[in-house]
Ligand binder design. Structure first.
Ligand code: ADP
Length: 309
């Protein structure tokens, strides 16, 4: 039985370096090609698994080498990928170009992620029930997330939405009503609510707006300032930990995965939030997405010994 079901994208991240970005029509020589697991669905599933949960992932890969590789890696990490379909065409792929100054340019090809349908996602979530928590970011078609969250609600799961990236036409109608917890970062909270989120008070105001729009509760992550939260009865702020941040990629994924794992374990709200902050903080101390997702032992050590911001 899975305690956390993640619904979302799986990508092969191809990372390479260039001395400088080419201009249109120009060829430059790159170097240092690396392949990493990526995609917000896969990252969050891995984060929850490393946080100690039994995790299943629902999504799709292509029938290519990258798809087979992702399925092997998920198995090695102990993630149940029986809900990941293999479809014709390429797997989701991100081409990540990093120049000598550390600036990056990213092209994402959704590939198989675009093939996840409402019916498929709903059927897989129902099949994987009972699970305690369903967790979904927004890199697969909105209809698939709606179907998955509806099925999760019907199965009695706690539903968590990480509205990232915010779709160009906004959050799908009816989705927030299906979410027990919505977790945007400050930019996403600003885009969705129209409130300029820049500190704890404005984050709480945005959280209240998300609840007025249908969400059961809200957590707005604030980078090195931790996270603000609002429930029907209370609101507050949880500080994060002082770390030497070198790469903030996947901090939000680590936060969401750790929160889902803790709540699935029955950990109470503020302790779960501290674990989520510690997970997010640790993810900033290692380069890359999946390589930076921490394990529960390291999260617990940071909580026990770390300095809070
Ligand atoms: P995203 O990666 O989605 O933009 P944030 O940047 O808000 O999300 O980071 C998510 C969480 O990770 C924060 O709430 C915080 O707990 C932790 N975090 C992020 N950046 C830092 C940092 N520089 N130092 C400590 N913790 C951080």
């Amino acid at each position: 039985m899975s305690t956390v079901v993640c619904i979302g994208s799986l990508n092969v991240d191809l990372v390479f370096q260039v001395d400088r970005m080419p201009v249109s029509g120009e060829s430059v020589t790159g170097h240092g090609l690396e392949r990493h697991l990526g995609g917000k669905g896969l990252n969050q599933a891995l984060a929850a698994a490393r946080a100690g949960s039994s995790v299943a992932l629902v999504g799709a890969v292509g029938n290519d080498d990258g798809g087979a590789w992702m399925l092997r890696e998920l198995a090695a990490e102990g993630v149940d990928a029986t809900g990941v379909a293999t479809v014709d065409g390429p797997s989701g792929t991100a081409l990540i170009e990093v120049d000598a100054t550390g600036a990056n340019r990213i092209v994402v090809i959704p590939g198989a992620n675009g093939a996840v349908t409402e019916e498929f996602a709903a059927a897989q979530v129902s099949r994987l029930a009972p699970a305690a928590v369903a967790l979904a970011p927004l890199e697969v078609p909105p209809a698939a997330i709606l179907g998955a969250m509806r099925a999760a609600k019907n199965a009695g799961m706690t539903t968590i939405l990480n509205p990232a990236p915010v779709p160009a036409d906004g959050i799908p109608t009816g989705l927030l009503d299906l979410c027990d917890i919505v977790i945007p970062n400050e930019h996403e909270a600003t885009t969705i609510t129209g409130i300029d989120v820049h500190d704890v008070d404005s984050a709480i105001a945005a959280g209240r707006a998300l609840m007025a729009a249908g969400a059961g509760s809200a957590i707005v992550t604030l980078g090195s300032r931790g996270a603000a939260w609002v429930t029907p009865d209370a609101c507050g702020h949880v500080p994060t930990y002082v770390v030497k941040a070198i790469d903030t990629v996947a901090a939000g994924d680590a936060f969401c995965g750790n929160l889902a794992a803790a709540l699935a374990d029955g950990v109470e709200w503020e302790t779960a939030l501290r674990r989520a902050c510690a997970g997010g903080a640790l993810a900033t101390t290692v380069a890359g997405a999946s390589p930076s997702l921490p394990r529960l032992a390291d999260v617990n050590t940071l909580i026990a010994t770390g300095e809070v911001t």
